[in-house]
Design a binder for this molecule. Structure first.
Ligand SMILES: C[S@@+](CC[C@H](N)C(=O)[O-])C[C@H]1O[C@@H](n2cnc3c(N)ncnc32)[C@H](O)[C@@H]1O
Length: 409
């Protein structure tokens, strides 16, 4: 008699699950993994939770709960602006050209802020000996490793899943970099910590004569007309209720590229430089300046529009000026009351930054009309750059820290 026919053997060997039975077992395992994911700490940036959810979905691909949790995790840890940013061809092309122009054979490149890996891959393609790219968000770093492998560049690019400030030469990178590449600027240039990051990196992670992309950045302001901006940001009423008292909570309009089109913003004068930053030799000193914004077109002044321009390499720039496309948001400091303006008028603003946030105070009084002989070129000269200093509280009345953290929102 065959042993498996004995009742004892039957008790030892569990029956093979049927296909349905296996699916049921997988679903049960998936449920356990989801429960673990729900209680896992997120102190690792969601990495372990994502792994648990991926395992669960491998077992039970249609599990709705796992799908929702994974999407929520991604939304929490991966800013949504990454995706339109990667579709911003003007930005991508400018970086590709600048990297091509500045990478030299044998270069060790440090790419700060790997994201999907685009700038790192551009540096590898441009001929760098090796690219070290760091990324502070572990979920993003993991995805970038896969992107880089998909493009056959894993042997030329090392992804370091770290904040750049934590990188140690001799441990994470073998030697200081010849070229530091970064794209860590938000709508008002400073909000993603570019100054602090590059101040550290150029001193601690790069050779003394290292090159940088971007090389420079400039923050600029100009007078604009846009009644639509005020309609969107300061609606006078809703359903017959007066809402004006709520408006003081938002002096800065954060304008998405779509809103920018909808707002039909009209410049009333040229841009005026506020602050200039040398990214090859940056510092984190706060600074302030008092500038005159010139009106060249009659209209209604609604806001002071702030934008930036970055020099990536000789003759290669990116910006988020009023008429440029691209994924970056825009910021406008709204006046308390719209004001009719005439050509030649000057408006005084005080701007200050603390290396990560910009504030702009539009002075209440305008200057009398100036002579019409002012040339357009002269309007872009630095009128009265001040020394770094603390300002009286009144000059920071238009500050909105939340405005800094967004490219889009
Ligand atoms: C705007 S993305 C740019 C990605 C990529 N370099 C590109 O241009 O397509 C910047 C990335 O840098 C990361 N990041 C910002 N500052 C960082 C720092 N100091 N160290 C490491 N990663 C940083 C952010 O998490 C984000 O993923």
């Amino acid at each position: 008699m065959f042993e498996e026919h004995s009742p004892k053997a039957a008790a030892k060997i569990p029956p093979f699950p049927t296909l349905d039975g296996q699916a049921e077992l997988d679903k049960q395992k998936a449920k356990k993994l989801i429960a673990q994911a729900e209680s896992a700490p997120l102190t690792d940036g969601g990495l372990h939770t994502a792994e648990l959810l991926s395992e669960a979905l491998a077992l039970d691909p249609t599990n709705h709960q796992a799908q929702i949790l994974r999407e929520r995790l991604y939304q929490t840890f991966v800013p949504r602006w990454h995706f339109p940013m990667l579709a911003d061809t003007a930005r991508n092309t400018a970086y590709a050209r600048a990297i091509e122009a500045k990478v030299q054979p044998g270069d060790i490149v440090l790419d700060i802020g790997c994201g999907a890996g685009l700038t790192a891959m551009l540096a590898a393609r441009a001929g760098a000996k090796h690219v070290y790219t760091c990324e502070c968000q572990p979920l993003i770093a993991e995805a970038a490793k896969q992107v880089i492998a998909d493009n056959g560049l894993s042997d030329r690019i090392t992804v370091i899943s770290k904040w750049s400030h934590d990188i140690v030469v001799g441990v994470d990178i073998p030697e200081p970099a010849d070229l530091v590449v970064s794209e860590i600027v938000d709508a008002m240039l400073l909000g993603e910590g570019a100054l602090a990051t590059l101040t550290h990196a150029m001193k601690a992670l790069a050779k003394p004569d290292a090159r940088a992309i971007p090389e420079r950045g400039t923050l600029m302001a100009q007078l604009v007309q846009s009644d639509k901006l005020l309609e969107i940001w300061h609606p006078e009423q809703a359903e017959g209720f007066d809402l004006k008292s709520f408006h003081r909570l938002a002096n800065i309009a954060q304008v998405t590229p779509n809103d920018l089109t909808a707002c039909g913003m009209q410049p009333l004068g040229p841009t005026q430089d506020l602050f200039d930053f040398d990214f090859t030799n940056p510092n984190i000193n706060p600074a302030h300046t008092v500038e005159q914004l010139i009106c060249t077109t009659a209209g209604t002044l609604h806001a002071v529009f702030v934008s930036f321009e970055m020099d990536l390499a000789e003759g290669i720039t990116v910006d988020n000026e009023i008429h440029s496309g691209g994924h970056w948001g825009r910021s406008a400091f709204m006046l308390d009351r719209p004001c009719a303006v005439t050509p030649g008028e000057q408006w005084t603003i005080t701007a200050q930054h603390d290396a990560s946030r910009l504030s702009v105070h539009v002075h209440d009084e305008r200057q009398p009309a100036i002579k019409s002989s002012w040339a357009a070129d002269a309007w872009r000269t630095d009128a009265s750059k001040g020394e770094p200093a603390h300002l009286p509280a009144a000059t920071i009345s238009k500050q909105d820290p939340a405005a800094q953290a967004h490219r889009l929102h």
